[in-house]
Design a protein around this ligand. Structure first.
Ligand code: HAM
Length: 433
Protein backbone atom coordinates (compact mmCIF):
# COMPACT_ATOMS: atom_id res chain seq x y z
CA UNK A 1 0.00 0.00 0.00
CA UNK A 2 1.23 3.48 -0.85
CA UNK A 3 0.68 6.19 1.73
CA UNK A 4 0.24 9.86 0.99
CA UNK A 5 -0.29 12.93 3.17
CA UNK A 6 -4.02 13.43 3.92
CA UNK A 7 -5.94 15.67 1.50
CA UNK A 8 -5.41 19.33 2.28
CA UNK A 9 -2.14 18.72 4.18
CA UNK A 10 1.44 18.87 2.94
CA UNK A 11 4.98 18.02 3.88
CA UNK A 12 7.25 20.97 4.51
CA UNK A 13 10.54 19.97 2.89
CA UNK A 14 13.83 21.82 2.34
CA UNK A 15 14.32 24.44 1.03
CA UNK A 16 10.65 25.41 1.73
CA UNK A 17 10.93 24.35 5.37
CA UNK A 18 14.16 26.36 5.75
CA UNK A 19 12.47 29.42 4.26
CA UNK A 20 9.50 28.94 6.63
CA UNK A 21 11.86 28.83 9.64
CA UNK A 22 13.48 32.03 8.40
CA UNK A 23 10.07 33.72 8.10
CA UNK A 24 9.28 32.79 11.71
CA UNK A 25 12.73 33.90 12.88
CA UNK A 26 12.38 37.32 11.28
CA UNK A 27 8.81 37.70 12.57
CA UNK A 28 9.93 36.76 16.09
CA UNK A 29 12.58 39.48 16.01
CA UNK A 30 9.90 42.03 15.12
CA UNK A 31 7.56 40.65 17.80
CA UNK A 32 10.25 41.01 20.45
CA UNK A 33 10.60 44.68 19.57
CA UNK A 34 6.89 45.04 20.40
CA UNK A 35 7.45 43.22 23.74
CA UNK A 36 5.40 40.11 22.90
CA UNK A 37 5.97 36.88 24.82
CA UNK A 38 5.46 33.41 23.33
CA UNK A 39 2.55 31.15 24.27
CA UNK A 40 1.76 27.58 23.20
CA UNK A 41 -1.64 26.04 23.76
CA UNK A 42 -2.89 22.51 23.03
CA UNK A 43 -3.67 21.54 19.45
CA UNK A 44 -7.13 20.37 20.58
CA UNK A 45 -9.62 21.88 22.97
CA UNK A 46 -13.18 21.21 24.13
CA UNK A 47 -15.38 21.79 21.07
CA UNK A 48 -17.64 24.05 23.12
CA UNK A 49 -14.81 26.62 23.46
CA UNK A 50 -14.74 27.22 19.69
CA UNK A 51 -18.51 27.06 19.25
CA UNK A 52 -19.01 29.72 21.94
CA UNK A 53 -16.25 32.07 20.76
CA UNK A 54 -16.25 31.77 16.95
CA UNK A 55 -20.05 31.49 16.73
CA UNK A 56 -22.46 28.77 15.68
CA UNK A 57 -23.51 30.44 12.44
CA UNK A 58 -19.97 30.90 11.11
CA UNK A 59 -18.64 28.65 8.34
CA UNK A 60 -15.75 27.64 10.59
CA UNK A 61 -18.03 26.19 13.27
CA UNK A 62 -20.88 24.95 11.09
CA UNK A 63 -18.80 23.27 8.37
CA UNK A 64 -15.08 23.25 8.99
CA UNK A 65 -14.23 21.86 12.40
CA UNK A 66 -12.40 18.59 12.91
CA UNK A 67 -14.44 17.36 15.87
CA UNK A 68 -14.18 13.95 17.49
CA UNK A 69 -15.09 12.15 20.70
CA UNK A 70 -12.17 10.78 22.73
CA UNK A 71 -12.27 7.39 24.46
CA UNK A 72 -14.25 8.84 27.34
CA UNK A 73 -16.77 10.46 24.98
CA UNK A 74 -15.49 14.06 25.45
CA UNK A 75 -16.22 16.27 22.43
CA UNK A 76 -12.91 17.71 21.26
CA UNK A 77 -11.91 19.80 18.23
CA UNK A 78 -8.57 20.33 16.48
CA UNK A 79 -8.12 24.08 16.83
CA UNK A 80 -9.34 26.00 13.78
CA UNK A 81 -7.71 29.22 15.10
CA UNK A 82 -5.72 30.45 18.10
CA UNK A 83 -7.66 33.29 19.72
CA UNK A 84 -10.20 31.18 21.64
CA UNK A 85 -7.43 28.97 23.05
CA UNK A 86 -5.28 31.94 24.10
CA UNK A 87 -8.23 33.58 25.87
CA UNK A 88 -8.94 30.27 27.64
CA UNK A 89 -5.27 30.03 28.67
CA UNK A 90 -5.25 33.70 29.79
CA UNK A 91 -8.21 33.07 32.09
CA UNK A 92 -7.27 29.59 33.29
CA UNK A 93 -3.74 30.64 34.28
CA UNK A 94 -4.61 34.02 35.78
CA UNK A 95 -2.30 35.82 33.33
CA UNK A 96 -4.02 39.10 34.10
CA UNK A 97 -2.73 38.99 37.71
CA UNK A 98 0.75 38.22 36.39
CA UNK A 99 0.61 41.29 34.16
CA UNK A 100 1.10 39.24 31.00
CA UNK A 101 -0.76 41.14 28.28
CA UNK A 102 1.02 40.56 24.97
CA UNK A 103 1.23 37.02 23.64
CA UNK A 104 2.15 35.46 20.31
CA UNK A 105 2.00 31.95 18.92
CA UNK A 106 3.05 29.98 15.87
CA UNK A 107 1.48 26.64 15.06
CA UNK A 108 -0.82 24.50 12.96
CA UNK A 109 -4.55 25.16 12.68
CA UNK A 110 -7.13 22.83 11.14
CA UNK A 111 -10.15 23.65 8.99
CA UNK A 112 -12.09 21.20 6.87
CA UNK A 113 -12.23 23.36 3.74
CA UNK A 114 -12.09 22.44 0.07
CA UNK A 115 -8.34 22.47 -0.61
CA UNK A 116 -7.07 24.79 -3.31
CA UNK A 117 -4.22 27.23 -3.86
CA UNK A 118 -3.73 29.13 -0.59
CA UNK A 119 -6.23 26.99 1.26
CA UNK A 120 -5.27 23.89 3.21
CA UNK A 121 -6.89 21.74 5.87
CA UNK A 122 -3.82 22.01 8.07
CA UNK A 123 -2.02 25.35 7.85
CA UNK A 124 0.33 27.43 9.97
CA UNK A 125 -0.68 30.63 11.68
CA UNK A 126 1.41 33.19 13.46
CA UNK A 127 -0.94 35.09 15.76
CA UNK A 128 -0.78 37.79 18.41
CA UNK A 129 -3.22 38.82 21.13
CA UNK A 130 -3.11 41.92 23.37
CA UNK A 131 -5.29 42.06 26.48
CA UNK A 132 -6.57 44.84 28.73
CA UNK A 133 -6.01 47.85 26.48
CA UNK A 134 -9.15 49.55 25.10
CA UNK A 135 -7.35 52.43 23.37
CA UNK A 136 -7.30 53.03 19.59
CA UNK A 137 -3.49 53.36 19.83
CA UNK A 138 -3.15 49.62 20.35
CA UNK A 139 -5.35 48.91 17.30
CA UNK A 140 -3.00 51.04 15.22
CA UNK A 141 -0.01 49.35 16.89
CA UNK A 142 -1.12 45.80 15.95
CA UNK A 143 -1.89 46.83 12.38
CA UNK A 144 1.57 48.39 12.21
CA UNK A 145 3.03 45.17 13.63
CA UNK A 146 1.29 43.09 10.95
CA UNK A 147 2.75 45.36 8.27
CA UNK A 148 6.18 45.31 9.95
CA UNK A 149 6.23 41.50 9.81
CA UNK A 150 5.29 41.60 6.11
CA UNK A 151 8.11 44.08 5.53
CA UNK A 152 10.61 42.01 7.53
CA UNK A 153 10.12 39.12 5.09
CA UNK A 154 10.62 41.46 2.15
CA UNK A 155 7.02 42.00 0.98
CA UNK A 156 6.06 45.24 -0.71
CA UNK A 157 2.86 46.74 -2.07
CA UNK A 158 0.51 45.50 0.65
CA UNK A 159 -2.35 47.59 2.00
CA UNK A 160 -4.70 47.19 4.91
CA UNK A 161 -8.47 46.78 4.45
CA UNK A 162 -10.19 48.40 7.40
CA UNK A 163 -13.66 48.42 8.88
CA UNK A 164 -15.40 48.89 12.21
CA UNK A 165 -17.96 46.32 13.30
CA UNK A 166 -19.17 48.48 16.19
CA UNK A 167 -20.48 47.22 19.52
CA UNK A 168 -23.62 45.12 20.20
CA UNK A 169 -25.69 48.31 20.32
CA UNK A 170 -24.55 49.48 16.85
CA UNK A 171 -24.84 45.94 15.58
CA UNK A 172 -28.48 45.51 16.63
CA UNK A 173 -29.38 48.55 14.55
CA UNK A 174 -27.23 47.34 11.66
CA UNK A 175 -28.76 43.84 11.73
CA UNK A 176 -32.18 45.46 11.32
CA UNK A 177 -30.91 47.52 8.35
CA UNK A 178 -29.45 44.40 6.69
CA UNK A 179 -32.73 42.55 7.17
CA UNK A 180 -34.76 45.47 5.83
CA UNK A 181 -32.43 45.95 2.83
CA UNK A 182 -32.61 42.28 1.85
CA UNK A 183 -36.30 41.72 2.65
CA UNK A 184 -37.35 42.17 -0.96
CA UNK A 185 -34.44 39.96 -2.21
CA UNK A 186 -35.04 36.94 0.04
CA UNK A 187 -36.15 34.72 -2.84
CA UNK A 188 -32.84 35.32 -4.63
CA UNK A 189 -30.65 34.46 -1.61
CA UNK A 190 -29.15 31.00 -1.05
CA UNK A 191 -30.96 28.85 1.60
CA UNK A 192 -28.09 29.36 4.06
CA UNK A 193 -28.34 33.14 3.79
CA UNK A 194 -32.08 32.98 4.41
CA UNK A 195 -31.25 31.20 7.67
CA UNK A 196 -28.39 33.56 8.51
CA UNK A 197 -30.62 36.56 7.92
CA UNK A 198 -32.87 35.21 10.64
CA UNK A 199 -30.22 34.16 13.18
CA UNK A 200 -27.12 36.32 12.55
CA UNK A 201 -27.62 38.86 9.74
CA UNK A 202 -24.00 40.06 9.72
CA UNK A 203 -22.86 36.59 8.60
CA UNK A 204 -24.81 37.03 5.35
CA UNK A 205 -21.99 39.32 4.21
CA UNK A 206 -19.55 36.36 4.36
CA UNK A 207 -21.45 34.47 1.67
CA UNK A 208 -19.52 33.88 -1.56
CA UNK A 209 -22.52 32.70 -3.65
CA UNK A 210 -22.82 35.08 -6.62
CA UNK A 211 -26.56 35.73 -6.41
CA UNK A 212 -26.12 36.65 -2.73
CA UNK A 213 -23.13 38.93 -3.31
CA UNK A 214 -25.16 40.64 -6.08
CA UNK A 215 -27.90 41.36 -3.56
CA UNK A 216 -25.41 42.95 -1.14
CA UNK A 217 -25.29 46.12 -3.20
CA UNK A 218 -28.59 46.90 -1.45
CA UNK A 219 -27.03 46.59 2.03
CA UNK A 220 -26.03 49.88 3.66
CA UNK A 221 -22.56 50.40 5.10
CA UNK A 222 -22.15 49.42 8.75
CA UNK A 223 -20.38 52.72 9.35
CA UNK A 224 -23.74 54.47 9.11
CA UNK A 225 -24.95 52.43 12.12
CA UNK A 226 -21.99 53.13 14.44
CA UNK A 227 -22.80 54.70 17.82
CA UNK A 228 -20.94 57.85 18.92
CA UNK A 229 -18.27 56.04 20.96
CA UNK A 230 -17.54 53.44 18.25
CA UNK A 231 -17.43 56.14 15.58
CA UNK A 232 -14.93 58.16 17.65
CA UNK A 233 -12.77 55.07 18.27
CA UNK A 234 -12.72 54.29 14.55
CA UNK A 235 -11.83 57.86 13.62
CA UNK A 236 -8.90 57.76 16.06
CA UNK A 237 -7.64 54.47 14.61
CA UNK A 238 -7.74 55.94 11.10
CA UNK A 239 -5.98 59.10 12.13
CA UNK A 240 -3.26 57.15 14.01
CA UNK A 241 -2.68 54.91 10.97
CA UNK A 242 -2.26 58.08 8.93
CA UNK A 243 0.33 59.37 11.40
CA UNK A 244 2.19 56.05 11.17
CA UNK A 245 2.15 56.24 7.33
CA UNK A 246 0.24 53.00 7.01
CA UNK A 247 -1.85 52.96 3.85
CA UNK A 248 -5.36 51.55 4.31
CA UNK A 249 -8.61 51.24 2.37
CA UNK A 250 -12.00 51.41 4.05
CA UNK A 251 -14.03 48.30 3.30
CA UNK A 252 -17.52 48.47 4.80
CA UNK A 253 -18.18 44.86 3.72
CA UNK A 254 -15.27 43.44 5.72
CA UNK A 255 -17.02 41.45 8.48
CA UNK A 256 -14.40 38.68 9.01
CA UNK A 257 -15.54 35.08 9.40
CA UNK A 258 -15.63 34.96 13.20
CA UNK A 259 -18.37 36.27 15.50
CA UNK A 260 -16.22 37.62 18.33
CA UNK A 261 -15.12 40.86 16.69
CA UNK A 262 -16.19 44.29 17.95
CA UNK A 263 -15.09 47.67 16.58
CA UNK A 264 -11.89 47.58 14.49
CA UNK A 265 -11.56 44.74 11.95
CA UNK A 266 -8.76 44.52 9.38
CA UNK A 267 -7.14 42.33 6.79
CA UNK A 268 -3.99 42.51 4.73
CA UNK A 269 -4.87 41.27 1.29
CA UNK A 270 -2.72 39.99 -1.54
CA UNK A 271 -2.63 42.73 -4.19
CA UNK A 272 -4.70 41.82 -7.22
CA UNK A 273 -6.04 38.58 -5.70
CA UNK A 274 -9.76 38.05 -5.40
CA UNK A 275 -11.92 35.48 -3.68
CA UNK A 276 -11.71 33.79 -0.34
CA UNK A 277 -7.95 33.15 -0.38
CA UNK A 278 -6.85 36.74 -0.79
CA UNK A 279 -6.03 37.50 2.86
CA UNK A 280 -2.47 37.06 4.11
CA UNK A 281 -3.62 37.92 7.59
CA UNK A 282 -6.43 39.50 9.50
CA UNK A 283 -7.73 40.36 12.90
CA UNK A 284 -9.43 42.95 15.01
CA UNK A 285 -10.80 43.87 18.40
CA UNK A 286 -12.79 41.42 20.47
CA UNK A 287 -13.68 43.40 23.58
CA UNK A 288 -16.41 41.02 24.78
CA UNK A 289 -14.85 37.58 24.32
CA UNK A 290 -12.94 37.37 27.63
CA UNK A 291 -16.13 38.12 29.53
CA UNK A 292 -18.13 35.71 27.36
CA UNK A 293 -15.71 32.95 28.32
CA UNK A 294 -16.11 33.65 32.04
CA UNK A 295 -13.58 36.42 32.78
CA UNK A 296 -13.91 40.03 33.90
CA UNK A 297 -14.68 42.54 31.15
CA UNK A 298 -11.30 42.78 29.36
CA UNK A 299 -10.82 44.49 26.01
CA UNK A 300 -8.57 42.66 23.56
CA UNK A 301 -7.20 42.89 20.05
CA UNK A 302 -5.11 40.66 17.81
CA UNK A 303 -4.49 39.14 14.40
CA UNK A 304 -3.18 36.03 12.72
CA UNK A 305 -1.10 35.61 9.58
CA UNK A 306 -1.41 32.53 7.36
CA UNK A 307 2.25 31.57 7.01
CA UNK A 308 1.90 29.49 3.82
CA UNK A 309 0.12 32.40 2.14
CA UNK A 310 2.78 34.79 3.40
CA UNK A 311 5.59 32.59 2.09
CA UNK A 312 3.95 32.01 -1.29
CA UNK A 313 3.60 35.76 -1.66
CA UNK A 314 7.28 36.17 -0.73
CA UNK A 315 8.15 33.64 -3.45
CA UNK A 316 5.85 35.19 -6.06
CA UNK A 317 7.44 38.60 -5.43
CA UNK A 318 10.81 36.96 -6.09
CA UNK A 319 12.23 37.70 -2.65
CA UNK A 320 15.11 35.43 -1.56
CA UNK A 321 14.24 34.48 2.00
CA UNK A 322 16.81 31.70 2.54
CA UNK A 323 19.36 32.60 5.21
CA UNK A 324 22.84 33.15 3.78
CA UNK A 325 24.61 29.77 3.78
CA UNK A 326 28.26 29.28 3.04
CA UNK A 327 29.50 28.39 6.52
CA UNK A 328 29.50 24.62 6.18
CA UNK A 329 32.71 22.67 6.87
CA UNK A 330 33.14 19.34 5.09
CA UNK A 331 35.47 16.77 6.68
CA UNK A 332 37.08 14.37 4.21
CA UNK A 333 38.87 11.18 5.35
CA UNK A 334 40.34 8.11 3.65
CA UNK A 335 40.77 5.57 6.49
CA UNK A 336 39.08 4.40 9.68
CA UNK A 337 41.60 6.40 11.77
CA UNK A 338 40.98 9.46 9.54
CA UNK A 339 37.21 9.15 10.07
CA UNK A 340 37.70 8.79 13.83
CA UNK A 341 39.80 11.99 13.88
CA UNK A 342 37.21 13.70 11.68
CA UNK A 343 34.58 12.81 14.28
CA UNK A 344 36.76 14.36 17.04
CA UNK A 345 37.42 17.48 14.99
CA UNK A 346 33.71 17.83 14.10
CA UNK A 347 32.84 17.55 17.76
CA UNK A 348 35.27 20.41 18.63
CA UNK A 349 33.88 22.54 15.80
CA UNK A 350 30.24 21.85 16.71
CA UNK A 351 30.99 22.92 20.28
CA UNK A 352 31.74 26.31 18.65
CA UNK A 353 28.40 25.99 16.73
CA UNK A 354 30.14 25.49 13.39
CA UNK A 355 28.06 23.37 10.97
CA UNK A 356 30.03 20.28 9.89
CA UNK A 357 29.41 17.24 7.78
CA UNK A 358 31.71 14.19 7.72
CA UNK A 359 32.06 12.37 4.41
CA UNK A 360 29.81 9.29 4.33
CA UNK A 361 31.39 7.52 1.36
CA UNK A 362 33.77 5.36 3.46
CA UNK A 363 36.83 5.46 1.30
CA UNK A 364 35.86 7.24 -1.94
CA UNK A 365 38.92 9.04 -3.29
CA UNK A 366 39.52 12.60 -2.14
CA UNK A 367 38.55 14.03 -5.54
CA UNK A 368 35.04 12.60 -5.16
CA UNK A 369 34.84 13.84 -1.59
CA UNK A 370 35.78 17.37 -2.72
CA UNK A 371 33.08 17.20 -5.40
CA UNK A 372 30.51 16.23 -2.79
CA UNK A 373 31.70 19.12 -0.54
CA UNK A 374 31.17 21.47 -3.48
CA UNK A 375 27.65 20.12 -4.06
CA UNK A 376 26.81 20.72 -0.38
CA UNK A 377 28.02 24.31 -0.64
CA UNK A 378 30.85 23.87 1.90
CA UNK A 379 33.12 26.87 2.42
CA UNK A 380 35.96 24.84 3.94
CA UNK A 381 37.13 21.25 3.54
CA UNK A 382 39.24 19.66 6.28
CA UNK A 383 41.26 16.77 4.82
CA UNK A 384 42.30 13.82 6.99
CA UNK A 385 43.97 11.67 4.31
CA UNK A 386 46.68 9.06 4.88
CA UNK A 387 49.50 11.66 4.91
CA UNK A 388 47.71 13.93 7.35
CA UNK A 389 46.86 11.02 9.67
CA UNK A 390 50.51 9.96 9.72
CA UNK A 391 51.72 13.49 10.52
CA UNK A 392 48.86 14.26 12.99
CA UNK A 393 47.94 17.15 10.71
CA UNK A 394 44.88 18.50 8.88
CA UNK A 395 44.84 20.17 5.47
CA UNK A 396 42.29 22.99 5.42
CA UNK A 397 41.10 24.17 2.02
CA UNK A 398 39.15 27.37 1.41
CA UNK A 399 36.72 26.31 -1.36
CA UNK A 400 36.27 29.88 -2.60
CA UNK A 401 39.88 31.19 -2.67
CA UNK A 402 41.19 27.60 -3.38
CA UNK A 403 43.97 28.28 -0.84
CA UNK A 404 45.04 25.18 1.16
CA UNK A 405 47.04 25.22 4.40
CA UNK A 406 48.23 22.21 6.37
CA UNK A 407 48.31 22.70 10.14
CA UNK A 408 48.93 20.42 13.15
CA UNK A 409 45.73 18.77 14.45
CA UNK A 410 45.68 21.10 17.53
CA UNK A 411 45.47 24.16 15.29
CA UNK A 412 42.78 22.81 12.95
CA UNK A 413 39.82 24.54 14.68
CA UNK A 414 41.64 27.88 14.65
CA UNK A 415 42.54 27.55 10.95
CA UNK A 416 38.98 26.57 9.97
CA UNK A 417 37.51 29.47 11.95
CA UNK A 418 39.89 31.81 10.12
CA UNK A 419 38.56 30.56 6.76
CA UNK A 420 34.93 30.93 7.90
CA UNK A 421 35.62 34.46 9.17
CA UNK A 422 36.15 35.42 5.52
CA UNK A 423 32.50 34.64 4.78
CA UNK A 424 31.35 37.83 6.43
CA UNK A 425 32.68 41.09 5.03
CA UNK A 426 32.86 44.04 7.47
CA UNK A 427 29.48 45.25 6.09
CA UNK A 428 27.94 41.92 7.05
CA UNK A 429 27.53 40.88 3.42
CA UNK A 430 28.36 37.47 2.01
CA UNK A 431 31.69 37.67 0.25
CA UNK A 432 31.63 36.41 -3.33
CA UNK A 433 35.25 36.18 -4.40
P1 HAM B 1 -8.65 34.22 10.14
O1 HAM B 1 -8.87 35.36 9.23
O2 HAM B 1 -9.71 33.17 10.17
O3 HAM B 1 -8.43 34.83 11.58
O4 HAM B 1 -7.27 33.53 9.78
C1 HAM B 1 -6.09 34.29 9.70
C2 HAM B 1 -5.28 33.89 8.47
O5 HAM B 1 -5.06 32.48 8.45
C3 HAM B 1 -5.97 34.17 7.15
O6 HAM B 1 -5.83 35.52 6.77
C4 HAM B 1 -5.22 33.24 6.20
O7 HAM B 1 -3.99 33.83 5.80
C5 HAM B 1 -4.91 32.06 7.10
N1 HAM B 1 -5.84 30.96 6.79
C6 HAM B 1 -7.11 30.81 7.22
N2 HAM B 1 -7.65 29.68 6.74
C7 HAM B 1 -6.69 29.08 5.97
C8 HAM B 1 -6.62 27.88 5.21
N3 HAM B 1 -7.63 27.02 5.14
N4 HAM B 1 -5.46 27.59 4.55
C9 HAM B 1 -4.41 28.45 4.63
N5 HAM B 1 -4.42 29.59 5.34
C10 HAM B 1 -5.54 29.91 6.01
C11 HAM B 1 -8.21 34.10 12.70
O8 HAM B 1 -7.95 32.92 12.69
C12 HAM B 1 -8.24 34.92 13.97
N6 HAM B 1 -7.98 34.03 15.12
C13 HAM B 1 -7.24 36.06 13.93
C14 HAM B 1 -7.26 36.88 15.17
C15 HAM B 1 -6.39 36.82 16.20
N7 HAM B 1 -8.16 37.79 15.47
C16 HAM B 1 -7.89 38.31 16.66
N8 HAM B 1 -6.81 37.70 17.13
Amino acid sequence: MKYSAPRGTRDYLPPYSTAMREVVRRASEVLESYAFLPVDTPIFEASELFVRSIGEQTDIVSKEMYTFADRKGRQLTLRPEGTASVVRAYLENGLEQLGVERLYYVGPMFRYERPQAGRQRQFLQLGVEIFADPGPEVDAEVIQLLMAICQAVGLTGLTVQLNSLGCPACRAGYSDSVKAALASRISSLCPECVQRLEKNPLRVLDCKVERCTDAFSEVPSIQESLCGACREHFESVRSLLGRLDIPFTLDPRLVRGLDYYTRTAFEVQIPGATGAQNAVGGGGRYDLLVEQLGGKPTPAVGFAIGLERLLSLVQSQGVDILPPGGKLVYLAATSAEGRARALELASALRARRVACLIDRSRGANLGKQFKQAGRMGARAVAVLGDDEVEKRAVAVKDMVTREQVTVPMERAVEQILAVLARVETPAGKVERS
